[in-house]
Every structure is written in C-alpha cells, then in structure tokens.
Design a protein around this ligand. Structure first.
Ligand code: PKZ
Ligand code: G3P
Length: 373
C-alpha cells in the first residue's frame, strides 16, 4: 500500500495545502492505476449523488413555481361554457370591480388626507382614524377580487410584546390580514405605485420597509423591530418570516429575527383554494399590477386564515428552534410541506459561509478516507 506523503510545505498563496501535498513524494494525481493511489481514495459519489439529486428533485425551485390547475374546458359543451365565462369575467365583473376599487380609493383619499394633515395635534385620534381607513381600503381591495375569506380563531388585538407571523404567498396576504387589523408590517421596498404607498400611507400605520438584500438595511430593521414591540400603543407587528412569496404548497425557512425579540409569537396560517385562481405572486414573471389584474378578472379569490395559539420561547430553546416550531404549526394547519431552504437565496448567490461548509465537509471526507487506508 502506498504511504501517504508527509504534508509538503504549502505552496498556495493563501497558505492552504493543495491536494497534491498529500501525495507520496514523486507521484502525481494522474499516475496510472495499479497501486492504490490518492485518486482511488477520493470517492466523489456522495457529491455526485447530491448534484444529481439537485437536478432531479430541486425542491428549492419547486417552492417558487406556479402550479397550473387541470384544464376543464376540453370538450364540446364545456368549451363554450368556458368562453361565456371569459366574457362575463372580462366584460361584466372586471369593469364592476374597477368601479368598486375606484370608489374605495376616492373615499379613502378624501378622508385620509384631511385626517393626516389636520389632526396632527391629536395624535391618538389621528392614528386610530388612519388605521380604520387603511382597513377600509383593504376591504375594497378584497371586494375587487370577490374575496371569499374565512377567518378562524380570535381576531388579533393590540397588546405589547406580541408579534404575528404568517406564511407568505402574495402581497395580497397583507391586504387580507390588514382588512381585519391594521398591522405594522415588515416589508420589502418596491418601486412604482407600491413604493409610493409604502413610503406614505403604510408608513403612517407603522409599516417598516427596507431592502432585504442590503445587510445594513436588515440591521436597521432588526433594531426598529426591537423598538416597535416595546411601544404599548403601536399597531401589532406582522412579519412574513419566509421573507419572500412561496407558492402555497411549501414553507421555506423562517428567519429567526421575529423569534428573538423576547415576544409572544402568534402564528397565522393562510391557505388559498385554487378553485378559481392561483393566488401565488411569481414576481419574476409578473408585476404586482398584472397580478392584481389577474385576480380581478377571475371569478373569486377563496382562502382560509387561521389565527393560531400564541407561542412563547421554551426554556433552553434557541431562536432558530423556536422559528422551526412555529413553522411546524403553520405548515400543519395550512397543509404545506416544509423544505429547509432560505428564501433569500432567490436573490443571492449561496453565501461564502454555505460554500465553505460544503468544501469543508468534502475535505473532511477525503481526509477520513486517507486515514482509513
Ligand atoms: C393601503 C393598502 C394598500 C394595499 C395595496 C398595496 C400593497 C402594498 C404592499 C405591501 C407589501 C406587504 C408585503 C410584505 C411582505 C414582504 O415584504 S416579505 C419581505 C420582507 N420581509 C422579511 O424579509 C421578513 C423576514 N426577515 C427577517 O425576519 C429578518 O430576520 C430581518 C428582520 C429582516 C432581520 O435580518 P437579519 O438581521 O439579517 O437577521 P436574520 O435574517 O435573522 O439572519 C441572520 C443570519 O442568521 C441566519 N438565519 C436566520 N434564520 C435562520 C434559521 N431559521 N435557521 C438558520 N439560520 C438562520 C441567516 O441566514 C443569516 O445568516 P447570514 O446571511 O448572515 O449568513
Ligand atoms: O416573492 P418576492 O421575493 O418577489 O417578494 C415579494 C414581496 O417583496 C414580498 O411580499
């Protein structure tokens, strides 16, 4: 058996040994087979298996794919019925819904602007009225897609040191929850009309927006969260700890931020029924405006919302374990499959930490085999 050569002095600029440094003196990695050589010891099959697994069963990508429903208009009498439905949805329902939404905006703006400008001296009353107006506007939005929302469990109330956490499928989750309670929501900043609403109306109900790909922004948000939960009169905080929209078949990793605030976490499970339309917002394929138009031209948006039993950190439990326990509760209630991925990976290359841990485990397996031989 070939003896493993003593580690030669490192030749890399970074002072890490190269694989060649483990070879017997005078041999190279390309030496022909015969005697047992280093390359015989490097079994890459686990790595290959993992790579092939990622291609065959990529559970990360599957979380963010719209899953089309079965077509039902495939025969001679169903097809005309479907055509009739298209005409009704686009020519009757859609214009009626545009009118409803326009009326909603008119009522909202004609009340919100005076309340915001004229009640500066009476902060408590102004905040209360603004809260009610935002809830009202959200009711108009829900009506504009004929939302059929069933709420289960006790309605959220304003209590200090409480955080609501929900699974996330579309920005309409925000509207559906907001029509019952004006939450202060942690949100990604958007461009266009959504961004304008975020920095005006939504900021006035305590919503906190940031850019999730900026570490500095995340740091500031983490501090704002801690301050917010201490304020007794602040609107209840709502966080979508997945940090991105998932297709309502899976839940991805819950970021620990919401679970390290020393608060009670109130889980909210949201499950959409895809009978008329898929409510998943695939932001890579569609703008939010197009998403809303799609909902407004469907028959209805049907969904269930469960306000579940509040949870507190168990003795000895870490933030990550707490996050995982709450994710379990939500996933079970909404019938969603848990996958371990970090949703932010949608927007970034794998972190150096993740890459290095993979390199480390591969290097360790090689060294283990070298020592066994
Ligand atoms: C008026 C009506 C009009 C209506 C009509 C218009 C609609 C108007 C639009 C509204 C819009 C609403 C929709 C809002 C919905 C969003 O916008 S969702 C997107 C934004 N929200 C979020 O991202 C919330 C989730 N994120 C968090 O909770 C983050 O923790 C915070 C709070 C941002 C803080 O971030 P942070 O300080 O970086 O800390 P954290 O993320 O916990 O991570 C630290 C480290 O721990 C690791 N880590 C975290 N958790 C875990 C874990 N569980 N296991 C292992 N490692 C972990 C992280 O990976 C990270 O590692 P490194 O990357 O440093 O290596
Ligand atoms: O699905 P994403 O990652 O584009 O996230 C959408 C919003 O920013 C969160 O609601």
């Amino acid at each position: 058996m070939a003896t493993v050569g003593r580690l030669r002095s490192s030749n890399s600029e970074l002072d890490f040994p190269n694989i060649e440094d483990y070879l017997p003196i005078g041999s190279t990695i390309n030496d022909p087979a015969g005697e047992l050589r280093l390359r015989d010891l490097i079994d890459i099959s686990p790595t290959l298996t993992e790579a092939a697994g990622a291609i065959v069963d990529d559970s990360f990508t599957r979380c963010f794919k719209s899953i089309p429903s079965e077509p039902w208009n495939w025969n001679v009498y169903l097809f005309p019925l479907w055509c009739l439905g298209v005409l009704v949805r686009y020519l009757i329902l859609f214009p009626a819904r545009v009118i409803v939404l326009t009326i909603g905006w008119m009522i909202f703006l004609s009340c919100f602007i005076p309340v915001h400008l004229l009640l500066k001296a009476n902060d408590a009353l102004r905040r209360k009225l603004e809260r009610l107006l935002v809830e009202l506007l959200c009711c108009f939005f829900v009506a504009s897609w004929t939302g059929v929302v069933k709420y289960h469990g006790p309605r959220p109330s304003i209590r200090p040191k409480q955080v609501y956490v929900a699974n996330h499928t579309s920005m309409i989750d925000f509207i559906i929850l907001q029509q019952m309670t004006a939450f202060a929501v942690i949100m990604q900043k958007h461009p266009g009309w959504v961004g304008l609403l975020q920095s005006t109306i939504l900021e006035s109900v305590g919503c906190i927006w940031f850019n999730r790909t900026e570490a500095k922004d995340r740091e500031i948000v983490a501090k704002k969260l801690r301050d917010h939960v201490l304020g007794a009169d602040n609107n209840p905080l709502l966080i979508f700890p997945e940090g991105t929209c998932v297709n309502n078949h899976y839940t991805v990793m819950f970021k620990k931020g919401a679970f390290e605030l020393g608060c009670t976490d109130c889980p909210v499970a949201i499950k959409y029924n895809k009978i008329f339309v898929d409510a998943f917002w695939n932001s890579r394929k569609q703008s939010f405006t197009m998403h809303l138009l799609q909902l407004m031209t469907s028959w209805a948006v049907v969904c269930d919302v469960w306000y579940l039993e509040p949870q507190t950190l168990n003795p000895g439990e870490t933030g990550i374990e707490f996050a995982e326990r709450v994710r379990d509760i939500i996933s079970v209630r909404a019938g969603l499959k848990k996958v371990p991925w970090d949703g932010y990976l949608k927007y970034s290359r794998p972190s150096p930490k993740h890459r290095e841990s993979k390199q480390q485990s591969f290097a360790e397996s090689v060294l283990r085999r070298l020592e066994e031989k």
